[in-house]
Design a protein around this ligand. Structure first.
Ligand code: ATP
Ligand code: SF4
Ligand code: MG
Length: 366
């Protein structure tokens, strides 16, 4: 495997890409730093379950996403964490308008995305980009890297004039740490980490404001994960990007997130700043997730609590009544089966969806 990287901190020598992205950022209407870019309100996606070959009838619904609320402010990173199948990718697909919500709202700069069409939707699709989990499946194997990175310009021709596209593509490659001489190579000639850099360059080519990162490092080796996360952080600092960063591993999200939302079976169970969620988790599910995060500091190892969750995640086609976590919760009481707990602050300083929320330091910090 040739090393197609040219260094993770590479910048294009002419500075053309940096200039274009910075100009795009500067030309945007003036907003107060930290103003809300994306707001998700009571978002739901229920997939119909059908039976029968000739006469198909709906026999139920998979409640993949069942009432998610999220806010993403300019320049910040929100981490969304949860086990496999809890609905993370379904949320991201709705956010980038690949799936239509069953109900709820996605507001982008105050406009309802689910009601957008024509020019407004085209503009939204440019400004909100996605990076996928699988760097092998998300790149067309028959296209060269150059064509993949430049593909979006066929729809958004105003961003890059036809004449200078090759140079612009190579500058983008350099900016994400890829050797620009490899512009005519195919995805299979790159390693996993390099392919993810191609995906980042493709997203960056459209001068986005928001990048939804759906488990962008889960398929990569740990050392390569850190390089890709560092690159994303550099790009955020340089161009004021906002990220929704999805992961199933709390330790990955911790490194990059300003705020963290923990998801279980279709809804958010706890939300807070990095320090709140890691330092004083209040929901039993967050506490269990945190207890499986490795502790790297040698003197703190052995001090961490280990909470082993019983049972499997229930089916989203038939979720438990009341609190969805109750079938695996060691604190469950009668009320948990009848009353769904609201996501509110019960005195811990940040919201959690548990009737008996109680801050508990699971991971030692000092
Ligand atoms: N098109 C679909 N039709 C029916 N069910 C679906 C569809 N897409 C997803 N689901 C179901 O919705 C639930 C949530 O899936 P989703 O892919 O959003 O989870 P996830 O949190 O991204 O999981 P992972 O960590 O494995 O990527 C799963 O039970 C899944 O089987
Ligand atoms: S509401 Fe009840 S079942 Fe749900 S997490 Fe809290 S204690 Fe456990
Ligand atoms: Mg997923």
């Amino acid at each position: 495997m040739p090393d197609a990287s040219s260094g993770s901190s590479a910048a294009d020598p002419s500075g053309e890409v940096d200039r274009a992205l910075s100009e795009a950022a500067a030309s945007r209407p003036v907003h107060t730093p930290g103003d809300v870019l994306l707001e998700v309100r009571d978002l739901k996606k229920h997939f119909p379950l059908t039976q029968g070959i000739v006469l198909r009838r709906t026999v139920g619904h998979v409640r993949a996403v069942d009432g998610v609320n999220l806010t993403l402010r300019r320049g910040e990173t929100v981490g969304l964490v949860g086990e496999s199948g809890c609905g993370k990718s379904t949320v991201t697909k709705m956010l980038v308008a690949l799936e239509k919500p069953t109900s709820g709202q996605i507001l982008y700069k105050g406009e309802d995305v689910t009601k957008m069409s024509g020019r407004a939707l085209k503009q939204y699709r440019r400004e909100v980009q996605i990076i996928f989990q699988d760097p092998y499946a998300s790149l067309n194997p028959r296209m060269t890297v150059g064509d993949i990175v430049a593909e979006g310009w066929s729809v958004h021709a105003d961003i890059a004039p036809k004449k200078g596209r090759l140079q612009r593509t190579q500058e983008l490659m350099e900016r994400v740490g890829l050797n620009p001489d490899f512009v005519n190579r195919y995805p299979h000639q790159f390693s996993g980490g390099q392919r993810q850099r191609i995906g980042i360059a493709r997203a960056l080519a459209l001068q986005p404001e928001v990048i939804v990162c759906d488990e962008p490092v889960s398929a990569l080796d740990v050392s390569v994960q850190a390089q890709v996360v560092n690159l994303l952080e550099d790009l955020q600092n340089d161009f004021g990007l906002s990220y929704l960063f999805i992961a199933h591993d709390l330790s990955v999200v911790r490194h990059i997130s300003d705020r963290v939302a923990v998801m279980y079976l279709g809804s958010i169970v706890e939300e807070g700043t990095d320090a709140q969620v890691y330092g004083s988790p209040a929901h039993p599910y967050t506490q269990a997730l945190l207890s499986s995060v490795p502790v790297h500091e040698p003197h703190l190892r052995g001090l961490k609590e280990r909470i082993l969750l019983q049972g499997d995640v229930p089916s989203p086609a038939n979720p438990p009544s009341g609190c969805r976590f109750r079938t695996r919760c060691w604190k469950a009481q009668d009320i948990c089966a009848t009353e769904p707990p609201a996501l509110v602050d019960r005195g811990q300083g940040h919201p959690s969806a548990c009737h008996f929320a109680e801050a508990r330091a699971v991971v030692p910090t000092e």
